[in-house]
Design a protein around this ligand. Structure first.
Ligand code: UDP
Length: 371
């Protein structure tokens, strides 16, 4: 009697937690030890994820930070290519406006969640893109601790998920890992020059830590990881007041306010149009045989910030004047990606010039200038 009561209790517990059990079982690393050879069990039904192990060129992609600027453009691209897309975002710096056109689509799912908390998914996941992170100097100065958490705990959680799901993993790293570069342009084998305790260190060092963590998972667990070092990128869906130079200057120019150049404006950046960035990221994430690779992505067209201000004033037909503010601490004086490796591995070659890209996005900012 006691035994059958116990059995019913166990059965009841199993039924209540069936999905968890199945999921845990699917994730178990002991699976290869189970001998099914003498059974008639259909492995495809028991372990549907094994199907997805064959290729990472299609399936389900999880995009953390998928409601952010680059993340939302990536979501569009993966959906267009036929993937199922799950966006995870806590909307700290991302916005539901960036993905509102995707809500309700059959292959799209949005989960408002903080990636620094424990992650659990029942679904098969074939590819993880870890893009969650405040990304402008203004944002990471506002949220220094969260910035460090999302690229330490968040990276750890997503790498653990990649391990469990046997998913490919692409980490959104940054040109900031080169710090104030002594090598110009910056190649992937340059180790950088980062101030570990300066105001930008919360971002730079967290990204560097994440890269090291990715390589640890690659070396110890053989996870198929890829590290994309993303250089300055611009496009629609940047927040008007996120502090980054292009939305700030366009916004100021459209309102005929003074353009605020930090320092004398002789510092340089190389700006990449978002479509060119997404093209590189998509190819890097979906091409086979690139595990463990670190690749710069960006446009090599380099300009001074003063030139950028003048170009934006011209293209917006603005009456703004230019004023100079103090240069922020550790603001890199130059930045330009060496993209030979991306070109060799991915055929990567950005097509859109700064001037053409600015012309494409100014109308989008105009529509929102009073919002
Ligand atoms: N910058 C500027 N005025 C602004 C915002 C930025 O002169 O209102 C400068 C900033 O000091 C830096 C460059 O523009 O030298 C690019 O800044 P951004 O914040 O876009 O990105 P970063 O490349 O520094 O991460």
């Amino acid at each position: 009697m006691a035994k059958s009561f116990m059995f019913i209790k166990i059965l009841h517990f199993f039924n209540n937690h069936k999905s968890n059990f199945i999921n845990t079982f699917q994730l178990s690393e002991t699976i290869p030890l189970i001998n099914f050879s003498s059974t008639n069990i259909d492995l495809k039904i028991m372990f549907p994820y094994t199907e997805s192990l064959r290729s990472k060129n299609m399936g389900t992609v999880l995009i953390t930070g998928g409601a952010g600027f680059i993340g939302s453009h990536l979501s569009d691209r993966f959906l267009k290519e036929g993937w199922d897309v799950i966006v995870l975002d806590n909307l700290l710096t991302g916005s539901s406006n960036n993905i509102s056109h995707l809500i309700g689509k059959e292959k799209f799912k949005f989960i408002k969640y903080d990636v620094t908390d424990y992650l659990f998914f029942k679904e098969n996941i074939d590819l993880i893109l870890h893009f969650a992170c405040p990304a402008s100097p203004f944002d990471y100065a506002q949220h220094p601790i969260h910035t460090m958490k999302v690229d330490s705990l968040g990276t750890l959680n997503t790498l653990g998920l990649a391990k469990n799901k046997k998913a490919r993993y692409l980490f959104a790293s940054t040109s900031e890992i080169y710090g104030s570069p002594e090598q110009h342009p910056q190649k992937e084998d340059y180790w950088g020059n980062v101030n570990p305790v300066g105001p930008r260190s919360v971002y730079d060092e967290a990204k560097r830590f994440s890269e090291a963590m990715c390589m640890a998972y690659f070396r110890e667990h053989n996870i198929d990881i890829r590290i994309a070092r993303i250089f300055n990128t611009y496009g629609t869906r940047m927040r008007l007041l996120d502090g980054r130079v292009i939305p700030t200057f366009i916004h100021q120019a459209l309102k005929n306010q003074s353009i605020t150049i930090f320092g004398d404006g002789s510092q340089t950046r190389s700006f990449c149009f978002v479509d060119d960035m997404v093209e590189g990221l998509y190819n890097f994430a979906t091409k086979d045989g690139l595990n463990g690779e670190v690749v710069n992505l960006g446009n090599t067209e380099e300009h001074s910030i003063k030139f950028l201000a003048e170009e934006i004033i011209k293209l917006t037909d603005s009456s703004s004047d230019i004023i100079n503010h103090d240069l922020p601490e550790d603001d890199p004086p130059v930045r330009q990606p060496d993209i030979l490796k991306a070109n060799r591995l991915l055929g990567y070659s950005p097509e859109i010039s700064l001037s053409d890209g600015l012309k494409k996005i100014i109308p989008w900012f105009k529509e929102r200038k009073d919002g």
